[in-house]
Design a protein around this ligand. Structure first.
Ligand SMILES: [Zn+2]
Length: 300
């Protein structure tokens, strides 16, 4: 949390009271905000409301600006905001729905040209079309972000509304070219075995879908997962065996040679990491949800 963010929040809260003709002690607001953010580890977006409420109760006045601070974000900007941020998303295409479960009306993925984010509609949400359809574009208002299984997702709740935009389409799998630097290579990079049935990566010889897989029914693979930084934002990128070989010289055959030699699959990971780290250049990627999938790579 930066001092600038805190001081901006202090001003926002001070101004909210000032609009009602109430002068507040800026230092008191700052102390409270620091407490929430630094001591209680609450994201600043979520700390504003409780701080306003506490100040109001200390001064025995009504809480000003009862409506939350709702920001407007594009789908690819959602991840830039802390958990607990209320937002309007003017246009988002639903690219995947997983269907109803207990207490959840629908969940799935929304996307724009540049990113995908999970969404969830809880059963208290009323201002939502009966069915949300894959391939259609919707306007999401007053949704809140939270983190689930490590991914930021938007939560459609009783305060939210979702409207279909029948005349709008968004091209969600358009390839984009990004120029920047490989910031780091991530866990999961290197040599893997895949299930011959479903192509999932085996964990200790077991497929998450099919359990123990027969040795003859597996596929050898090499892949690279890395963070790419274009100076404005970072991208989690996936690169398949062919492009990993192009970028690093490490092919599936080479990986198998290394493992035959050293019996250490991590040696493949280490070699790819060494060859990739801090490389500069241009990659062309498509938005695959959790990862951007590389179509082309040209690193110096
Ligand atoms: Zn499988």
């Amino acid at each position: 949390m930066t001092a600038t963010e805190i001081s901006k929040a202090v001003d926002d809260i001070t101004n909210a009271f000032k609009d009602k003709g109430i002068n507040v002690d800026k230092e008191r607001i700052e102390t409270l905000l620091n407490q929430y953010v630094n001591d209680f580890k609450i994201p600043i977006g979520s700390a504003l409301a409780p701080v306003r409420k506490k100040i109001a109760s200390e001064l025995s006045v009504d809480v000003p600006g009862k409506s939350r601070d709702t920001i407007t974000a594009k789908v690819d900007e959602i991840k830039d905001y802390p958990q607990g941020t209320w937002m309007n998303i003017p246009q988002a295409k639903i690219t995947k729905t997983f269907g109803q479960t207990k207490s959840i009306k629908e969940r799935g993925l929304i996307a724009n040209e540049y990113d995908k984010v999970f969404f969830l509609v809880n059963d208290k949400a009323t201002d939502v079309p009966e069915t949300l359809e894959e391939g259609k574009v919707y306007q999401f208002d007053n949704v809140v972000t939270n983190v689930f299984n490590g991914d930021i997702q938007i939560h459609v709740n009783k305060n939210s509304s979702v409207k279909e935009l029948p005349d709008v389409d968004i091209e969600t799998d358009k390839p984009i070219s990004i120029t920047g630097v490989v910031q780091n290579v991530q866990k999961g990079t290197g040599y893997v075995k895949r299930c011959g049935e479903c192509n999932k990566v085996l964990q200790k010889g077991e497929c998450p879908n099919h359990g123990k897989v027969d040795k003859d029914n597996t596929k050898e693979d090499v892949r690279t997962l890395f963070v790419f930084d274009d100076g404005k934002k970072t991208y989690n990128v996936y690169m398949n065996a062919e492009l990993t070989e192009k970028a690093t010289g490490v092919s599936v055959e080479k990986a198998l040679d290394i493992i035959m030699d050293s019996l250490q699959p991590e040696d493949v990971t280490d070699l790819i990491t060494e060859k990739m780290n801090l490389r500069y250049g241009t990659i062309t990627v498509r938005n695959g949800g959790r990862y951007y999938i590389t179509d082309e790579v040209d690193l110096r």
